[in-house]
Design a protein around this ligand. Structure first.
Ligand code: 2NL
Length: 344
């Protein structure tokens, strides 16, 4: 029995020494097998030796071996935890990496671009208005100086709901409503959805965004229109951008103009440029002095007041600003596209 106890003590010391030399999971596993392996582990061998003891010695000897077994198991377990923690931490959490940022979503690129436009006009003292997308023939056409059956209506490929109700083809009806409610001075812009009967292609959609602006006051001249739009375009694009005004026609303005910017892609240097088709210019805005008849329609005296108005497509202009080749990208909601646009 004395020998047996000494043997146990020796095994314990050997185990402690072996455990002290353990430096990784692998060597820990070797030590574990050496002591706890069911077939040939040291503990197995000690248990086997019980049969050589006297019957009265067996219970105590059995207890001693079991104590050693628990001791070994506990020690192995605590070393195992020691290795498990740092290895896992290194694998799964590299504390030197920058934190992972959650994608919280972002405003749609059209919304962002609309806000950029709004901010420029807000800084010039304009107010933002909105109104219905389903309109009457009167507000969409007649008040804007399109008589019934006038051929100019054909230019606004209209989606009708009934003979009298339609989806607005521009946001001008909101300006008519504003002028009915409010006397000059008026400085407003109206961004919003408009609808036209178009088959989708890279530059046309049956629904798109437009912004129109209107200023009515005493002594408003074409110079105010020009200065305002120049400031707007230089802020939206860049300060040195070239701008030109071309004579045009709209039923609701007289005189009327179309406003071009230099091609932001080729600056007029590439005869085969796909964006400006070699002309060097991109049409961005329609504009003009509010026709006196339109002012009369809303009971504003054209002898006392004058005004200018303008309109532009938000989608179309965003395509030039960001060089997006197809308008449909805005509406496909492909996150790989959408996520490229974030708040400045
Ligand atoms: C375009 C550009 C334009 C207007 C819109 C307007 C509104 C009122 C009175 C007079 Cl209430 N004009 N808006 C003026 C000029 C151009 O839109 O390219 N449209 C087809």
């Amino acid at each position: 029995m004395k020998d047996f106890k000494a043997k146990i003590e020796e095994q314990k010391r050997k185990f402690d020494r072996a455990l002290a030399r353990v430096k990784d999971k692998k060597s820990l596993e070797l030590v574990r097998n050496l002591y706890l392996s069911r077939k040939r582990g040291h503990l197995r061998l000690l248990f086997d030796e019980l049969k050589n003891l006297k019957p009265e010695e067996k219970p105590e000897a059995g207890q001693i071996i079991n104590r050693l077994k628990s001791y070994i198991q506990e020690k192995l377990e605590s070393r195992k935890r020691e290795f498990a923690v740092p290895e896992r931490a290194l694998r799964e959490f590299d504390l030197t990496l920058p934190g992972r940022k959650e994608y919280l979503g972002s405003p749609h690129p059209i919304v962002l671009f609309q806000q950029e436009i709004e901010n420029i006009f807000i800084s010039m003292g304009y107010f933002i208005e909105d109104g219905p997308e389903i309109e009457t023939d009167y507000y969409n056409f007649e008040a804007l100086n399109f008589p019934p059956y006038h051929p100019a209506r054909d230019d606004w490929d209209t989606l009708y709901i009934t003979d009298d109700l339609l989806l607005r083809t521009h946001t001008s009806p909101v300006q008519i409503r504003a002028m009915e409610k409010q006397k000059p001075p008026i400085r407003i812009i109206i961004p919003g959805k408009v609808y036209r009967r178009e088959s989708p292609d890279p530059t046309h959609l049956p629904m798109f965004y437009q912004v129109e602006g209107l200023a009515v006051d005493e002594d408003i001249t074409f110079a105010h229109l020009k200065g305002t739009l120049e400031h707007f375009l230089k802020t939206l694009f860049y300060e040195k951008i070239k701008i030109r005004f071309r004579p045009s026609f709209f039923p609701f303005t007289e005189p009327s103009a179309e406003v071009d910017i230099e091609c932001t892609v080729c600056e007029g240097k590439n005869e085969e440029c796909r964006v400006c088709r070699g002309s060097g210019w991109i049409e961005i805005l329609g504009a003009g002095m509010v026709d006196p008849q339109v002012l009369k329609n809303v009971n504003i005296d054209p002898e006392k007041y004058s005004g200018f108005a303008f309109g532009l497509g938000i989608d179309r202009t965003a395509m030039f600003a960001y060089q997006i080749p197809d308008m449909r990208f805005f509406y496909e909601n492909d996150l790989r596209f959408i996520r490229q646009f974030t708040l400045k």
